[in-house]
Design a protein around this ligand. Structure first.
Ligand code: ARG
Length: 445
């Protein structure tokens, strides 16, 4: 029983939050005269000592004490004597754990917000550096149209902006204090919940005691936000893996971000990127796990809810590492612009530019222009050249309306430069977008 019942092996991570919430509670009990000043002062001095002890020695794990709340209280009793027993007036472990855990998740969110900001800054910096570097843009992982590397990197900044928004939104929603809901029904003691909420940095107290002790939406909001962020990182990681593979050769992973093989001396494996990709699956699984735990639970507290902490802790550690690894890799990656450009030029990626030119310059209907361009691509394939490797005579044999002006749009540089619509890939657009991102990211909220 002790073993299945205990949460101390993992909820010891809540020790700072547990002490912090107890300090706020004790101060309120004192202010409201619910316990006398001498007892409150003994409790507060004792809690300060518990904090020093646990910081120095770590939290003792004794499953007979069940959880972090009993562990702190037991140590407090040893230090402060019988007055320690007055701390638990007008509260329960049910509102205590709901409060401690919210405080912990709130700190976790703050850490992720900083890490997302840091990664976005790295990406925007690299985008500014590569506003003009041409690479193939893909659809279906088939070369589609040339884009700039800076544009590609800024796409991830957009994803991170939304991740940041989801986490800060979750933070606003979770920032209400359940302490004072007691076991489930509230309490008959004349407590001041607003005072406790304020002291703990919450925007105010929660509104319904039953909901307060049974709600784990804040943990689920955290996990869904973490999952979406991890999904984005997995896509970035996948690109690093793909781009670093020899057939691509678009990036070189620096030594500190690659590993060797025990038998193949030439290998530079992108293990960190692969683990970021892999971790995203675990984070998604942890989110699913807690959703299933919460599904169908009757009000109010049920012990199933003790299983809320491990998935959140694990997801936190995985996401924190993933964000740091992505920032480290993206800062250190060496791009190989010549290889990117060659890939862009080799895939008939300017075929759309030829079709657009026919529409614009020769008033050819787009569907017909598309057909003419298809024939030009076939002819180029047969001749083993790029589109701009066809002679004017070759092109005119396909359609007599084509003139020498067409060569101005067939290069990959001309292609990207022409796509200067809002949000487009033209280098001047990308440079401006990167500069704007570098200015805005520090002010994200
Ligand atoms: N260790 C418990 C948890 O993590 C604390 C709340 C226990 N409450 C109770 N009535 N047994 O959920």
């Amino acid at each position: 029983m002790a073993e299945i019942n205990a949460s101390i092996p993992f909820d010891k991570r809540l020790w700072r939050q547990d002490i912090r919430a107890s300090v706020a509670h004790a101060r309120m009990l004192k202010a409201k005269g619910i316990i006398d000043a001498a007892a409150a002062d003994a409790i507060l001095a004792g809690l300060a000592e518990v904090e020093r002890d646990f910081a120095a020695e770590g939290v003792p794990v004794d499953v007979r004490l069940e959880d972090i709340h009993m562990t702190v209280e037991t140590r407090l009793a040893a230090l402060a004597g019988p007055d320690a027993g007055r701390l638990h007036t007008a509260r329960s472990r049910n509102d205590q754990v709901a409060t401690d855990f919210r405080l912990w998740v709130r700190d976790a969110v703050d850490g992720h917000l900083a890490a997302i900001r840091a990664l976005a800054l790295v990406l925007a910096g690299r985008a500014a550096e590569h506003a003009e570097t041409v690479m193939p843009g893909f659809t279906h992982l088939q070369v589609a149209q040339p884009v700039t590397l800076g544009h590609h990197l800024l796409a991830y900044v957009e994803m991170l902006r939304r991740d940041f928004g989801r986490f800060s939104d979750a933070r606003v929603r979770m920032n209400q204090c359940p302490l004072g809901s007691a076991a489930l029904a509230g309490t008959g003691f004349p407590i001041d919940r607003a005072m406790v909420a304020d002291e703990l940095g919450f925007d105010g107290p929660t509104g319904n005691s039953l909901d307060s002790v049974s709600d784990r939406d804040f943990a689920l909001d955290y996990l869904t936000s973490a999952t979406q962020c991890a999904l984005h990182l997995s896509r970035l990681a996948e690109e690093i893996i793909l781009w670093a593979s020899q057939p691509f050769g678009w990036v070189r992973l620096p030594d500190q971000w690659s590993t060797g093989s025990s038998i193949m001396p030439q290998k530079r494996n992108p293990d960190a990127a692969e683990l970021v990709r892999g971790h995203s699956g675990r984070i998604l699984g942890l989110m699913t796990g807690l959703m299933v735990t919460m599904k169908g639970l009757p009000l109010a507290y049920s012990k199933d809810m003790q299983d809320d902490k491990e998935p959140v802790f694990e997801a936190h550690d995985l996401l924190e590492l993933s964000l740091a690894a992505c920032a480290g890799m993206m800062a250190a990656l060496q791009f190989v612009p010549e290889r990117m450009r060659a890939s862009a030029a080799s895939g008939y990626s300017t075929a759309t530019d030829l079709a657009d030119w026919l529409v614009r310059e020769k008033a050819v209907p787009f569907r017909e222009a598309h057909h003419i361009t298809g024939r030009a691509v076939k002819a180029a394939e047969a001749a083993g050249v790029m589109l701009d490797g066809l002679s004017l005579a070759d092109l005119q044999a396909i359609d007599a309306r084509i003139d020498a002006g067409v060569f101005a749009v067939l290069s990959v540089e001309a292609s990207v430069a022409s796509r200067d619509s809002l949000g487009g890939t033209a280098p001047e657009r990308v440079r401006a977008a990167a500069e704007r991102a570098l200015q805005e990211i520090p002010a994200w909220c």
